[in-house]
Design a protein around this ligand. Structure first.
Ligand code: AHR
Length: 655
């Protein structure tokens, strides 16, 4: 045999090994189920500085001196709290008389206005942008001898924005001013200087960018809402997560304390504070500036169904697991009923009136409510039952979400499902934080679910490259690709799986407690992880009905590393095929269409990276992002090559 021939044969066999041939049969006329408009949503929890220090755009940490250490986040460089500070001044934390929620304020005594300074460090610094105006406000009272406050935003020892406030003698009043900034900096600080000698009381010291989401005064961080909006969420689940339950019942989330004027919203320590999570966040509190009204508003803005989750008289079972005795459950049940009235009630109802006073007379049209976050065992079932009864009696149309605990299998899970089935519940929330391998192996998880039983809300899931929530976890391409593979199984079973959300949604790069997360941000920038783009593609191309698709005659659940699902968008007359290739080989798909035909030209959206360990980052946010192209298939073969380690969306026009 000639050398040439040997080379030819070797090359032929080499490529034969790298390319796998597959037949893919799509029956356009065979729809197996509708797809819920809530199929792909988001799960927001105030974890990883997602609310305070994140989405809620307030830049002053501990603005009302309510942290356990009341001056945490504040500095008085020239003061000494053990001396009389004759050459400077001192801030003393005071208790209000008879105030229940906002308990404290600061009495500032200035002996030398040249020396006394009160500085706030912000949330890991104050992120400011050149030429943007910042809205400053402060409550002040009882000014004696001090007539002016000078504000300085500074960074690297340079003043980058300044303004002043003239004070009037008398009782509490709000003062506002605007600070324009001439430099972009992620680590600025705010300094307050006081003119004159004497004293005054101050509280609610606040600084917000003016360029918030929708320009709302003291609203949400624009870039972060935009990232959420781009996910096309069908629902927003809020406010958690473990923070719903609280480590103790005293520290549970109480929605009624999160509405109304912000100065009356009682701050509590966040469940993800270092005290509990062994991470570097001793300064993690919940100011509730982002409260239930704002969550409803955000859902409305994004055209997503609001899905509040309420505590059910059980503190987090991974922590104290405190229980409210069954006889004392009344107020908890009432909270759920009142919430429905707050969201949907007319303006003549007690809670509907409050909503109207907050600026939203129209109802929010809430359809779903979750009872308990991640509870398990008989105590949960007992408590769930009484919520179910009370809610259905008064509001039969509200859909109630129940939960099957923290794991996707095992005793808690089995018990929960068995009992909830007996109760004929509507939707059961499942949580799974597992390895990429688990996700791939479980792509057929819902194929065997009871078609006549409760529906599924996959309410928290994410592939973990290391252990659950481990600091070593990476938001890498391997995790995202395994989620994409798993999601073909959720999509194929859209008759059972009606809602899904990745968790957690967001994390601050300098103040996180839990990895992995869908969106990362620092004080100025933000980016989507590879998992983010998987979620985005599924939601953007969700379709309206599931279509039958076969890979070499069977469901595509991993043969040759391929996971495939198909949907039809009846409104746009599109056929959409999603293909995850988790193998290191090129997979050739030889497509055949039955029960209808499609155009040869298709939109091809590819998300891929040949290094499965690759990640996006603040410095390199687009390492893995979708690439869109147009492809024309040959009339004869209708075949298409799918890259190794890639997730692909093929969009055809139905003829
Ligand atoms: O998403 C992070 C945490 O995981 C949630 O707070 C909790 O519900 C789950 O254990």
């Amino acid at each position: 045999m000639s050398l040439n021939k040997i080379f030819f044969l070797a090359t032929f066999f080499f490529f034969q090994n790298l390319v796998a041939q597959n037949s893919v049969e799509i029956d356009i006329s065979k729809t197996t189920s509708d797809i819920s408009s809530t199929m792909y949503g988001v799960f927001f929890e105030d974890i990883n500085f997602s609310a305070d220090g994140g989405l809620y755009a307030e830049l002053i940490k501990n603005r009302s001196f309510e942290f356990t250490l009341p001056k945490m986040g504040w500095f008085e460089p020239n003061s000494d709290r053990h001396s009389y500070n004759e050459d400077s001044g001192i801030g003393t934390v005071m208790r209000y008389k008879g105030h229940n929620s906002n308990k404290r304020y600061l009495n500032v005594k200035v002996n030398n206005s040249e020396n006394y300074e009160l500085i706030n460090e912000g949330f890991r610094g104050i992120g400011v942008k050149k030429d943007i105006a910042y809205n400053f406000s402060i409550l002040a009272a009882n000014t004696k001898g001090i007539n002016k406050i000078t504000l300085e935003l500074y960074a690297d020892e340079k003043i980058i924005g300044t303004s002043t406030i003239d004070l009037i003698e008398g009782s509490w009043r709000i003062y506002e001013t605007i600070i324009k900034v001439n430099q972009t900096n992620p680590k600025a600080k705010l300094k307050l200087k006081f003119e004159g000698e004497g004293s005054l009381d101050i509280d609610m010291i606040s600084l917000f960018p003016s360029d918030t989401w929708k320009g709302r005064k003291n609203g949400l961080r624009k870039d972060l809402v935009k990232l959420i909006e781009d996910l096309n969420p069908g629902f927003i689940r809020f406010p958690g997560g473990c923070i719903v339950e609280g480590r103790t019942l005293d520290r549970r989330y109480q929605w009624k304390k999160t509405i109304g004027p912000i100065e009356n919203r009682e701050l509590i320590v966040n469940r993800w504070n270092t005290e509990f999570s062994h991470r570097n966040t001793p300064d993690y509190y919940q100011s509730f500036g982002l409260g239930f009204f704002e969550y409803f508003l955000l859902s409305e803005d994004l055209n997503a169904e609001p899905l509040p989750i309420l505590g059910c008289g059980m503190a987090c079972q991974f922590n104290t697991g405190e229980l409210v005795p069954m006889d004392d459950m009344g107020p908890y049940i009432q909270d759920a009923l009142d919430l429905i009235e707050f969201a949907n009630g007319g303006i003549t109802t007690h809670w509907g009136k409050l909503r109207a006073e907050m600026g939203h007379p129209e109802p929010f049209n809430m359809k779903y409510i979750g009872i308990g976050n991640e509870q398990w065992g008989p105590e949960y079932i007992k408590r769930y039952k009484i919520f179910d009864k009370a809610i259905k009696e008064k509001y039969p149309d509200i859909i109630i979400i129940s939960g099957s605990g923290p794991f996707p299998e095992g005793d808690f899970f089995e018990y929960g499902w068995e009992e909830l089935k007996k109760l004929n519940v509507e939707i059961v929330d499942e949580h799974f934080y597992k390895s990429p391998d688990w996700f791939k192996k479980n792509a057929n998880r819902y194929d065997s679910y009871d078609r006549n039983g409760p529906k599924v809300f996959a309410g928290e899931y994410a592939a973990q490259s290391d252990q659950i929530a481990s600091p070593k976890n990476k938001n890498n391409w391997e995790c995202a690709l395994s989620e994409a593979a798993f999601m073909t199984g959720m999509e194929r079973n859209a008759d059972v799986v009606r809602m899904t959300s990745y968790a957690p949604l967001m994390a601050h790069t300098e103040a996180w407690q839990w990895k992995t997360d869908l969106i990362w941000f620092d004080n100025l920038s933000s980016y989507g992880t590879p998992s983010y783009y998987v979620q985005k593609l599924y939601a953007e191309y969700s379709g309206t009905e599931v279509i039958d698709v076969k890979l070499n005659g069977s469901k595509a659940t991993g043969q040759n590393g391929l996971f495939i699902s198909a949907v039809k968008d009846s409104i746009k007359s599109k056929l959409i095929i999603k293909v995850a290739n988790t193998s290191g080989k090129i997979n050739e798909l030889n497509l055949s269409f039955n029960g209808g035909s499609v155009n040869n030209e298709l939109n091809f959206i590819e998300l891929s990276h040949q290094n499965i360990d690759a990640e996006n980052s603040i410095d390199s946010p687009n390492e893995i992002t979708p690439v869109v192209s147009n492809i024309i298939l040959s009339n004869i073969s209708k075949s298409i090559s799918i890259k190794p380690n890639s997730f692909n969306v093929l969009v055809f026009q139905i003829k």
